[in-house]
Design a protein around this ligand. Structure first.
Ligand SMILES: [Zn+2]
Length: 110
């Protein structure tokens, strides 16, 4: 079994288990309950790798030119999650607060 490294919560510094981390959308920190998400650049990189991998697989399967392009794009969404899961084993993911950029009244004071 591959072991995914836990992520650090940027708010409370708690180790967030990789099992609850989602690539798309936000999730709550089990310690402080703040909404977190994977840094946007990670998601972009994973998508690019998945598309490249899709083309590679299509090429191996014998698809040519336009068919290769179409097939690669078609299967890439299915490759994003496995690629990302593998990357969590190799490297710690950077988490950011999901509410970043959204102003809330509670930020003004106590
Ligand atoms: Zn936290």
């Amino acid at each position: 079994m591959l072991y995914s490294q836990p992520c650090k919560c940027p708010v409370c510094d708690w180790d967030v288990p990789a099992e609850i981390v989602r690539l798309r959308g936000s999730f709550d920190c089990p310690s402080c309950g703040k909404a977190l998400k994977v840094h946007g650049i990670h998601e972009l990189v994973m998508r690019l790798i998945a598309v490249a991998l899709g083309f590679l697989l299509a090429r191996r399967a014998g698809f040519e030119s336009l068919l290769l392009f179409g097939f690669g794009l078609m299967i890439s969404p299915f490759l994003v999650v496995p690629v990302w899961r593998l990357s969590t084993v190799i490297k710690r993911q950077v988490l950011v607060p999901a509410s970043q950029g959204v102003t809330t009244l509670s930020l003004g004071g106590k």
